[in-house]
Design a protein around this ligand. Structure first.
Ligand SMILES: Cc1cc2nc3c(=O)[nH]c(=O)nc-3n(C[C@H](O)[C@H](O)[C@H](O)COP(=O)(O)O)c2cc1C
Length: 145
């Protein structure tokens, strides 16, 4: 059983509902998970898995409520070699920078040495009108933890 810290990045709120559903799926697998709307670097915890669930905005930009975390990582450059993480991007391939927010966060976490526990899931609203379905399948990866 693992503990997951779910850092949500949202503009219009749909990612919050998806994070709540993810918490239920994870709980059914025996994991505990908590959602954060304003995740900060001092909340990182190497005993827990960081799960970022983020929309994109603008030109593949990170939503404001997750931007502080991203900027602090850039400024502080913490050594994250003991931090496990996974990312779900909620994007739309109709935009030029498909899932830009999830991709940027993934790149930065890898640069800082963090350990991915699953391949980043880039959900495309064009393909999946109900993103909860691919997310639930992807979360099965966490059976291993
Ligand atoms: C103004 C606007 C800009 C967006 N920009 C992007 C983008 O650059 N890349 C992308 O993949 N999706 C983009 N999206 C799609 C959102 O990421 C997607 O609709 C997401 O599910 C919204 O989640 P939220 O309700 O939590 O904000 C954009 C959506 C809007 C409304």
């Amino acid at each position: 059983m693992s503990n997951l810290l779910i850092a949500v990045g949202t503009v219009y709120g749909s990612t919050i509902d998806l994070a709540e559903e993810a918490i239920e799926v994870l709980a059914a697998m025996g994991h505990s998970a908590e959602m954060f709307m304003d995740f900060q670097t001092n909340q990182l915890n190497s005993d827990s898995i960081l799960l970022i669930m983020t929309a994109s905005t603008g030109m593949g930009d990170i939503p404001d409520n997750l931007m502080g975390f991203y900027c602090d990582l850039l400024d502080e450059k913490p050594d994250l070699k003991d931090q496990r993480f996974a990312i779900v991007g909620l994007g739309d391939s109709g935009y030029d920078y498909f899932n830009g927010a999830a991709r940027r966060l993934n790149e930065l976490l890898l640069e800082l040495g963090a350990q991915p526990v699953a391949e980043t899931l880039l959900v495309d609203a064009n393909e999946h009108p109900d993103p909860a379905e691919p997310i639930a399948s992807w979360l099965a990866t966490f059976n291993a933890y």
